[in-house]
Design a protein around this ligand. Structure first.
Ligand code: ADP
Ligand code: MG
Length: 341
């Protein structure tokens, strides 16, 4: 795509960059060749063509999703570049995971300030490489521009699922049980620790810096879950999205929400942060619904993928999302989650 403003990375002759040299001393094509082409699968044609090309797996639907991450909105601009890259790919794979899709390929859109240096790009490529190995996904293309704004990472993730089998948000039915994988609130507590509100703990710090998508679990929920979403906006907000799409409501129980040991300790010391468990974003767990009779299959699926899964409530016909405290009272909650606008 041709630039309409004078923001394209300059096309100065290629030089081997000193580690702290601004990336703008590298031309755009050298940057792609040096840092991104080694990450590309054969379908990316060496990142030398106008487009990638691949044959969709036989009898499969393609599942396609995009998430944009902006510096100082989704990650700290001065954070570790490899963590930033790992997180960017994880949050995209997480959407595929929630749909039951096998991760295949991704496209990487990058807008970089001209001050970005070679060290940052090297770290960024390393984080992508680590995430690719984790999820079995490869780079097949993208676009790179300079910007006067913050680092902006836009990834399009492509996965596959047996034809007609993608787990949608819209399949939940009254009487289904509601489940969530892993533990809730760790990433939000990690953010609170970054902001100095609570002491840091490795367990939840890692969840904020390098979230892991539950891709294997997601795939094993195909044919079992009636609806699913990943927890990115906060448990109740994302449950609200499933309920709205399905035309139902839900009732979940505070006492059944899974919290990590580090999370429990942090909340014991700072009880005011308790709502982070159900309203904090960035957990990237899978929230899903399934009929009661699927309980054994769900336990087996989680065992197979090495994940934990907890039943946290039920889908109801009443179109509201309710949180019940350990004394049976309704908790007043903000179900909106994070909104950019
Ligand atoms: P165009 O002529 O369409 O603008 P580009 O110069 O943007 O082509 O891209 C050249 C090649 O490099 C394409 O194959 C594109 O997919 C790839 N590419 C550009 N930026 C990236 C990136 N950030 N990550 C991966 N591939 C990229
Ligand atoms: Mg392009």
């Amino acid at each position: 795509m041709a630039p309409s403003l004078d923001t394209k990375v300059s096309k100065a002759p290629a030089v081997e960059p000193a580690s702290n040299q601004p990336a703008s001393n590298l031309n755009e094509f050298d940057m792609i060749a040096r840092y991104f082409a080694p990450l590309a699968g054969p379908e990316g044609l060496g990142l030398l063509d106008d487009a990638a090309c691949f044959t969709a797996p036989k009898s499969c639907d393609l599942v396609i999703s995009k998430d944009i991450l902006v510096a100082d909105t989704h990650f700290f601009a001065d954070g570790d570049a490899s963590d930033i890259a790992f997180k960017a790919l994880s949050v995209n794979v997480s959407d595929l995971a929630a749909k039951g899709a096998v991760p295949l390929h991704y496209l990487l859109g990058l807008s970089l300030p001209k001050a970005i240096d070679a060290d940052w790009l090297k770290g960024f490529a390393k984080g992508l490489s680590e995430a690719q190995a984790t999820y079995g996904i490869t780079l097949v293309g993208g676009d790179t521009t300079a910007t006067q704004g913050p680092v902006t990472i836009s990834i399009t993730a492509i996965g596959s699922v047996n034809a007609g089998c993608m787990i949608k948000r819209s399949g939940a039915r009254a009487g289904d049980d509601v489940y969530v994988s892993g533990t809730l609130g760790d990433a939000a507590l990690g953010l609170q620790a970054c902001n100095g509100v609570i002491p840091a703990a490795t367990a939840f710090q890692a969840r904020f810096d390098r979230p892991l998508a539950r891709h294997t679990l997601g795939q094993s929920l195909v044919g079992i879950a009636t609806a699913a979403a990943d927890v990115s906006d906060g448990l109740l907000a994302d449950l609200g999205h499933i309920c709205k799409a399905s035309g139902v409501g839900a009732r979940v129980y505070e006492a059944d929400l899974p919290v990590s040991d580090a999370g429990r300790l942090a909340l014991a010391n700072t009880p005011a942060l308790k709502p982070q468990i159900w309203s904090g974003g960035d957990d990237y767990e899978i929230l899903f619904t399934a009929p009661k009779e699927k309980a054994t299959e769900i336990r087996q699926a989680a065992q197979k993928s090495g994940d934990t899964v907890h039943k946290i409530g039920q889908i109801t016909a009443k179109k509201t999302v309710e949180l019940v405290d350990p004394y049976g009272k309704l908790v007043q909650v903000d179900t909106k989650g994070y909104r950019h606008f």
